[in-house]
Design a protein around this ligand. Structure first.
Ligand code: GAR
Length: 208
């Protein structure tokens, strides 16, 4: 059974999609053992508690320096002994030590078709604002493994979503979530939990 720890910063609709998929049997061989947030007010923590899941808050603000936070964060994560870490709207830059320690065991959901509208400064609504201001006709979401760069790791799954006339960033964000993110993230976890994913030469490969 794959032990999954989910990192969140906000509302946690992707966390909800994961928990629903586990309960409905769309994710098998995996359980969410804990949820970590940097933000004590994140509604995602409430969602975790409602499901009887350990909800932990650890914020850089509680530490005198970033290094101290990074150290404490790694210790806390190691105590949880996750097999897979899922970044579901986690807006803190991960300590490099953690990325190295959990190489090919951290995935992230990003609300665009990488390599468009990704990297430093592209998160949440900003991604959709950028897509609309560029005038793209198609956008989407990507699940990728996390490496030391920002949104540069091996791509696991992508799904395209149409941009409609009259879209606002908020409308587009909602459509990308409904049609892509909430579908892809549970699917990615299920594939990994069932031994279907390998990473070689910087590419993720899905077994038939
Ligand atoms: C999601 O749209 C996710 O793709 C995005 O934050 C949102 C979190 O929503 N993540 C990023 O932009 C990462 N670069 P949620 O808390 O409702 O799941």
């Amino acid at each position: 059974m794959l032990k999954v720890v989910v990192f969140v910063s906000g509302g946690g609709t992707n966390l909800k999609a994961i928990l629903d998929a586990v309960e409905e049997g769309r994710i098998t061989n995996a359980c969410v053992s804990a949820v970590i947030s940097n933000n004590k007010n994140a509604y995602a923590l409430e969602r975790a508690k409602k499901h009887g899941i350990d909800a932990i808050c650890i914020s850089p603000k509680e530490f005198e320096s970033r290094e101290e936070f990074n150290r404490a964060f790694l210790v806390r994560v190691k105590e949880l002994a996750p097999d897979l870490i899922v970044l579901a709207g986690f807006l803190v830059v991960l300590p490099e030590t953690l990325i190295r320690e959990y190489q090919n065991r951290i995935i992230n959901i990003h609300p665009s078709l990488i390599p468009s509208f990704c990297g430093k400064g592209y998160y949440g609504l900003k991604v959709h604002e950028a897509a609309l201001s560029r005038g793209v006709k198609v956008t989407g979401a990507t699940v990728h493994f996390v490496d030391e760069g920002t949104d540069t790791g091996p791509i696991l799954l992508q799904k395209a979503v149409k941009v409609e006339d009259g879209d606002t960033p908020e409308l587009l964000q909602r459509r990308v979530m409904e049609q892509a993110e909430w579908v892809l993230l549970p699917q990615a976890i299920d594939l990994i939990a069932n031994g279907k994913v390998s990473v070689a030469d910087g590419h993720a490969v899905i077994a038939e």
